[in-house]
Design a protein around this ligand. Structure first.
Ligand code: LMR
Length: 402
């Protein structure tokens, strides 16, 4: 018998989000609707390449001079661009050189590098994530060797934040642990702290030796670029050391180009420089150095005045379309006779809504109507269009039992 180690491998369960996207692609139902992964779709149900991105790509195609490797952490100009974008150009973190930034393959790449760095430097530290959170937070940090714990976040009764429980949990997180917070557009609930609540959260971090890690994947999709930066900038202004993971998949529509960044804010520039050497060590052992294309395009769009103006307009259009769909969805559900209250959708931010649709109903929507939601009831509102709304709401009306 030849050696056959793979015959013992058992299949893994499908990914709770991207696994469903694969099933959706294979579904022959002509009326199918994809409300699974957090990908923006326009009014025609297509994920568009932004005009600003297309123009930058054309320029880049003409001006690129080499295919040599990027440095392990990417280009210094990219790091500077990202820091100014995240914190604002004149923020003391940027001017005081307290931060270092690595160009990473997407936000997920940034989180994994953060996990490897944290586990390497602070092997006993656990990471605390919200209950619920993006399922891949568990996967990424466990794969990096970290213990993952949860803190209370979402209240299914009020469809809002369990703020006092969250505060009590932060007070009880063991010293030297890491707490992951979604800086805006909480995934999956769409429920964010208010600026006043962020200020109170920050006070706990000022008083306790626990490290904030802000996952910043949806900058610009909530209330706008400035408003969505409130938490990150307030943490920065409070003088705290912290980690920020940025994704440009959503706000630049660069999903498949895998473009993101990991920023670590240290106490001073000497510590920041040492941290960068450790980030590079983690990156080198992981994927060696980042892919160049997406980062160059994002950098060009941010730095070029005309492209930047066009991009902001396109970002506003995406955000406003999603808001419009929230309103139309709530109205159309009522028109279709749904008695369950969905008005809370109008208070949530970003692409997602935690709809409260139960697992059995989600399965029926998928199997009978070709409508795909994540099994925890998360809906990607950006997958709704005027054209699919009637069918979507009629199907939900048929499936809901109350
Ligand atoms: C999502 O939550 O749907 C997105 O962040 C896509 C992903 O990678 O899961």
């Amino acid at each position: 018998m030849p050696y056959s180690p793979f015959s013992t491998v058992e299949s893994a369960p499908p990914d709770p989000i991207l696994g469903l996207t694969e099933n959706f692609r294979n579904d022959p139902n002509p009326k199918k609707i994809n409300l699974t992964s957090g990908v923006y779709q326009d009014e025609t149900g297509v994920n568009p390449v932004l005009k600003s991105v297309k123009q930058a790509e054309r320029i880049w195609l003409e001006t690129e001079t080499t295919k040599d490797y990027l440095g392990i952490g990417g280009e210094a100009s990219y790091a500077e661009t990202v820091q100014k974008f995240v914190f604002g150009a004149d923020h003391p973190i940027v001017t005081g050189r307290r931060a270092v930034t690595a160009h990473t393959p997407g936000g997920t790449g940034a989180l994994r590098v953060a996990g490897d760095f944290l586990h390497g430097q602070f092997p006993g530290a656990a990471i605390w994530v919200s209950d619920p959170t993006w399922p891949n937070h568990h996967g990424v940090f466990k794969s990096a060797g970290m213990q993952v714990n949860t803190y209370p976040y979402y209240d299914p009764e009020s469809r809002g934040l369990r703020f006092e429980a969250l505060m009590a949990a932060l007070e009880a997180v063991p010293e030297n642990d890491v707490v992951l917070l979604h800086s805006c557009c909480h995934n999956p609930t769409g429920v964010d702290p208010t600026p006043e609540q962020w200020d109170r959260i920050i006070e706990v971090f000022q008083q306790r030796p626990i490290l904030p890690l802000l996952d910043f994947a949806y900058q610009g999709f909530g209330k706008g670029l400035e408003a969505d930066s409130y938490a990150v900038r307030a943490f920065g202004s409070a003088g705290l050391e912290m980690i920020v993971s940025s994704s440009f998949s959503k706000n630049f529509g660069m999903y498949r180009e895998r473009v993101g960044a990991l920023t670590v804010v240290a106490g001073d520039s000497t510590a920041a420089t040492a941290v960068m050497t450790r980030l590079k060590q983690a990156i080198r052992a992981n994927y060696s150095n980042p892919p160049s294309h997406g980062g160059n395009v994002v950098e060009m769009v941010i730095r070029n005045k005309e492209l930047h103006a066009l991009w902001e307009q396109e970002l506003d259009e995406m955000r406003n379309r999603i808001q419009g769909m929230r309103h139309l969805f709530v109205e159309t559900l009522k028109k279709c006779g749904v008695r369950r209250d969905f008005d809370f959708l109008l208070r949530q931010n970003g692409m997602f809504s935690f709809s409260g649709i139960m697992k059995a109903e989600v399965v029926e929507l998928r199997e009978t109507y070709g409508i795909y939601l994540v099994e925890n009831g998360r809906i990607n509102v950006a997958g709704m269009t005027k054209a699919n709304m009637e069918y979507l709401c009629q199907s939900i009306a048929a499936v809901l039992k109350d």
